[in-house]
Design a protein around this ligand. Sequence first.
Ligand code: GEM
Ligand code: ZN
Length: 382
Amino acid sequence: MSVTLSPLHITCDFDSGNIVVRDASEPSQVRLAIRPDTRSDHFQWFHFKASGLTPGHTHRFTLENAGQSSYNQAWDGYQAVASYDQQHWFRVPTQFDGQALHFQLEAGEQQAWFAYFEPYSRARHNQLIERAVSLPGVELLATGRSVEGRDIPLLRAGDGAAGKRKLWIIAQQHPGEHMAEWFMEGVIDRLQANDATVQALLKVADLYLIPNMNPDGAFHGHLRTNAQGKDLNRAWQDASVEHSPEVFFAQQQMKLQGVDLFLDIHGDEEIPHVFTAGSEGTPGYTPRIEQLESAFRERLCRLTADFQQVHGYPRDKPGQANLTLACNSVAQAYGCLALTLEMPFKDHDDAPNAITGWSGQRSKALASAVLDTLAPMVGDLR
Ligand code: GEM
Ligand code: ZN
């Protein structure tokens, strides 16, 4: 029996949408491509909606330029995510043939969303900020402005009293790394829970939080850059109001407030594990910082199966750090513990989840474990 399938309609005309339709005339086999970041060659993030799906039928989607993407080694072992309601996201069967990425969905509904990772929307960001500032002890300390004029809220949890440790967490400098803002939602949820650990932490420390460093890039469905085509995690030596106002703002506020700990939250395309990278290549790296770094890692490892210390980036040689990176730049400027925290786009293979892979929920749970890790260390951070 042959069925005539209705034509598919593919759209990405929404927050963090990114896709180019090459040929959608054959509903069983849709040919697509990923659009590069504005003023940049980077691309990897994709996010689109397909409507006109035939329930029970398997629709196949091909990203024909995946082989030329920024991290084209990252597609092996990768599975795309899909959702029928933009709430529940699940992995779909995916193959990379060296050139193109193919994934398929046996449709359960007439429309579905597909993405590189569970998206964190700007609408959810706005609700998150609103909820955060309604919590006792949390305030909107300052608001930066992106290249295109989007708000960049800086929240402070705690009263800013003299002598307190200043713990900074910033996220999503790389706009395609949506797990980073999921992580920040986990921080805020935990502040809202206001349990004994949070209370003890906030007695001696204030948290300075920038949940989204790159709202323009996120909105436009970029992988790595802001609206000027600038990779913000390469802008920490020469930040300017014109090209990287997002970093300029963060640096200005750090100078005003001081920094005793810096966490920069990211996602890694290739490595299927959660891990941290430190500032060991900076001239100011000391045995004290090294000790704090191991203490952080070991504690976090003990607290959750969603962290490990075996896999990660090769360590920088002494003096070889790239100081344009946030982690290195802040470590050097403030002599503090500074870490880049990386979560996978794929899964944390030490504790895999076949249905979701790494997810927004797991990013949030990790954030909670990070706060539990920091609480007993805070006294040592200055
Ligand atoms: C990174 S972060 C790189 C940190 N590396 C070291 N060695 N300290 C980047 O900015 O490229 C990865 C990412 O984007 O998540
Ligand atoms: Zn990143």
